[in-house]
Design a protein around this ligand. Structure first.
Ligand code: COA
Length: 161
């Protein structure tokens, strides 16, 4: 069975992530979407909330499994018996950072490859930070996150209420 792992901090997950999940799910027998810790970032949502959001928005994709892990991605992928990491590439600015991470992961686990999918054009500008920012100011995030999770994000972040 070909297993892929799509990692991210998903704080929160957005339509941009969902687009990558849908497309990657067609490339693997099983796709594990793994909420992980990015040591450079402070999360607004708890791991439980992130996993719950991801589960709700991927309910209709049968070969997707949602999980979370606090440790090295290369170890996690090895434990899961996965053959590849999936990442979404947005703008040119992502490239250097992604290249560096892919090389580091390959050093840690030489059998591991990273597969990059181009993010759909309409989500090129999107990020979880932008979604949090709009939500905090009571703005409309309907275009950026699925309906299933929108109200929960607003309830947690909207400071104008
Ligand atoms: N559409 C829209 N936005 C997208 C996107 C897409 N397709 N793909 C990514 N983004 C956004 C994310 O929301 C994120 O936004 P933010 O910066 O506002 O949070 C940003 O682009 C960066 O995403 P990504 O590159 O996936 O980083 P991340 O922080 O979400 O995930 C980890 C990074 C968790 C995978 C990485 O830190 C990790 O592997 N941690 C585990 C520890 C480890 O192994 N470290 C060594 C790595 S070599």
């Amino acid at each position: 069975m070909r297993i892929g792992v799509y990692p991210g901090s998903f704080d929160p997950a957005t339509y941009g992530h969902l687009d990558i999940i849908r497309r990657a799910s067609r490339l693997f027998d099983k796709l594990i979407v793994a909420a992980m810790v990015n040591g450079e970032k402070r999360s607004a949502f708890t791991m439980e909330e992130k996993v719950d959001f991801l589960k709700r928005m991927t309910r209709d994709i049968p070969n997707v499994e949602v999980d979370c892990f606090d440790g090295l991605l290369a170890d996690y992928v090895r434990d899961k018996g996965a053959c590849a990491i999936v990442k979404g590439l947005r703008a040119v600015s992502d490239f250097e950072y992604e290249f560096q991470m892919a090389l580091a992961n390959k050093k840690l686990n030489p059998e591991l490859d990273t597969v990059f999918l181009m993010t759909e054009q309409k989500y090129l500008f999107l990020s979880s930070t932008i979604v949090r920012d709009i939500a905090r100011h009571g703005g409309d995030i309907a275009e950026f996150v699925p309906d299933e999770i929108r109200m929960d994000i607003m309830n947690k972040l909207d400071q104008t209420k």
